[in-house]
Design a protein around this ligand. Structure first.
Ligand code: GDP
Length: 371
């Protein structure tokens, strides 16, 4: 039986007519479908653009650095290698604080303050949570209203894919690109929770911890490790009727810092109060940071710390690549769930499970290299 096109047109449905559809007209612009995405610029073209300070080329290179595609990574690594001789000349400043401490408000005014003296500023971020939420909460342009429209500022949200180590490595590589493009001040922002401060600390020259005056027990919530990393602690929101509490917190932080062993740089971390929102005390914060740079450049610590960081990143990268190579091995990926289940069922010890899969992996790889 032949199907009728519109069964509703059957005589039983009085009063209802369904018209036949019309054929799809041809595309108005016949060339439209043939339009392709812009071809990938070569490493040489990217480097040339970056050296000229071309923001589009810089952004495209950063996108390649962040990309997981092996083709993109290959170009990205070539670009970084070519940029390395031009890098290293910026002041790299890490900024951390718990959510709500006022990082974005502060970076907006700190950034404008720094740019008053000329030069260019890049604001990067390391936000490990963006891996989970698939969206970055840091480095979002709308959070830094004034900087985001400043022609000399480049704001880039956190790379979002991969482990914290991977995310941090990408940010470190982005620093190299930004420096090559002439950015002489680099801020690296992170949320003051968890491991990300250590990652930021390992790539900056100065580490600024933004704190808030609280209810008198503010020192309790702060991990000792983070305070030990800080080269400067600044207490934000020292405005209105919060000024006294901010001063009290300042005194408490100062006395807490006295209990810490001397820093490797020989610099005594300072504690200041300011208000990002009302723009009070901003020059004082930057005066401290300027003095720090003078101090560590004079005593050789600046160079030493950069060398230590370079070594750290060499081993971090080796670790990361090894781990990725292991977990990306399809046979390993196939073996792991069963081994894991045996461990969970108490049929196999964790160590034996690990040894078995590693033995298999090493055997496999040496066979690969021999064959
Ligand atoms: P972030 O989460 O650390 O980036 O913090 P934000 O910059 O978004 O600031 C969190 C809240 O604190 C916002 O409502 C700001 O308006 C407010 N805030 C930031 N700086 C100050 C300040 O100096 N004084 C006062 N009173 N409020 C501030």
């Amino acid at each position: 039986m032949q199907k009728i096109e519109h069964p509703e047109n059957d005589g039983q449905y009085i009063g209802l007519t369904v018209n036949s559809g019309v054929a799809q007209p041809p595309t108005v612009n016949p060339y439209m479908q043939r339009r392709r995405r812009k071809p990938l610029p070569s490493a040489g073209e990217l480097v040339e653009g970056i050296l000229k300070g071309d923001v589009t080329m810089l952004s495209r290179a950063v996108t390649l650095v962040e990309s997981l595609s092996p083709d993109h990574q290959k170009v990205a690594q070539e670009v970084i290698e070519k940029c390395l001789p031009y890098s290293g000349k910026s002041r790299r400043i890490g900024i951390t604080g718990v959510p709500g401490a006022g990082k974005s408000t502060s970076i907006d005014v700190f950034g404008l303050h720094v740019l008053k003296a000329g030069g260019k500023l890049a604001v990067l971020a390391i936000d490990p949570s963006s891996e989970r939420t698939k969206g970055s909460i840091l480095g979002d342009k709308t959070r830094m209203e004034k900087l985001s429209i400043h022609p000399s500022a480049f704001i880039r949200p956190s790379p979002s894919a991969g482990s914290l180590g991977g995310v941090a490595r990408k940010t470190r590589e982005t620093i190299v690109l930004c420096e090559t493009a002439g950015y002489d001040n680099i801020f690296v922002e992170t949320v003051g929770v968890g491991q990300s401060e250590t990652a930021v600390h390992s790539m900056v020259d100065f580490f600024l911890l933004i704190q808030l005056a609280g209810t008198g027990d503010e020192l309790q919530g702060i991990k000792r490790g983070i305070m030990e990393m800080a080269d400067g602690i600044v207490i934000n929101k020292a405005d209105g009727d919060n000024i006294d509490r901010a001063r009290l917190a300042q005194a408490q932080f100062k006395s807490a810092l006295r209990l810490f062993p001397p820093t490797a740089s020989g610099w005594t971390p300072e504690v200041l109060t300011y208000s990002g929102y009302f723009e009070l005390g901003i020059p004082e914060v930057w005066d401290m940071i300027d003095r720090y740079f003078e101090f560590v450049k004079a005593n050789g610590y600046f160079e030493r710390r950069r060398q230590e960081q370079a070594r750290y990143w060499m081993y971090e990268t080796i670790d990361e690549k090894l781990r990725a190579h292991f977990y990306n091995n399809p046979n390993v990926a196939e073996m792991l769930p069963a081994l894991e289940q045996q461990v969970l069922d108490n049929r196999l010890s964790s160590f034996i499970a690990a040894r078995d899969v590693l033995d298999f992996y090493f055997r496999n790889n040496s066979d690969d290299s021999n064959g």
